[in-house]
Design a protein around this ligand. Structure first.
Ligand SMILES: [Zn+2]
Length: 121
C-alpha cells in the first residue's frame, strides 16, 4: 500500500473524495480515466486529470496517452507513455492500416494504471 498526501497537491479533495479514491485504488493495477474519475467523485474533468497527473509524477501510477483514430473513435488504436508529448507524424494506425498525417484525425485520452494500492490521505 502506497500513500499519497494530498495536502498542497490536490487541495480541492474533500475527506469524502479521499475515501472514495482510496476505495477505488484498493488494488494494484487499477485503471482509471479522467471522465470516469470525474463521475465517480463528482469533480470536474480537469480536477480528475490533475489527480491522475499527480499520481504519475509521484510515481504511484503509470500513465498512458491513449490514441484514437477517426476510423473507429471508440477503440483505442495505440498508447504511449503520458508526458512525452503527442505521437510523431506520420503515424500508422494499426486499426485501419492507414498513414495519418494530421492530428485532426486523432483524439486522445489519458489512463492511469496504479502500481500499488493507494491510500489518499
Ligand atoms: Zn485508423
Amino acid at each position: 500500500m502506497s500513500s499519497l498526501k494530498c495536502e498542497g497537491k490536490l487541495d480541492f479533495l474533500s475527506v469524502e473524495h479521499k475515501q472514495k479514491l482510496t476505495t477505488h485504488f484498493c488494488k494494484s493495477g487499477t485503471k482509471v480515466m479522467p471522465h470516469e474519475l470525474a463521475i465517480k467523485l463528482g469533480t470536474t474533468r480537469p480536477e480528475a486529470l490533475a489527480i491522475i497527473t499527480v499520481l504519475g509524477t509521484e510515481g504511484l501510477s503509470k500513465n498512458q496517452l491513449l490514441i484514437y483514430h477517426q476510423c473507429d473513435p471508440e477503440v483505442i488504436a495505440d498508447a504511449i507513455p503520458f508526458g512525452i508529448g503527442f505521437p510523431d507524424l506520420p503515424w500508422f494506425c494499426p486499426l485501419c492500416e492507414e498513414i495519418v498525417e494530421d492530428y485532426s484525425e486523432l483524439s486522445f485520452d489519458v489512463m492511469a494504471i496504479a502500481n500499488d494500492p493507494i491510500e489518499f490521505i
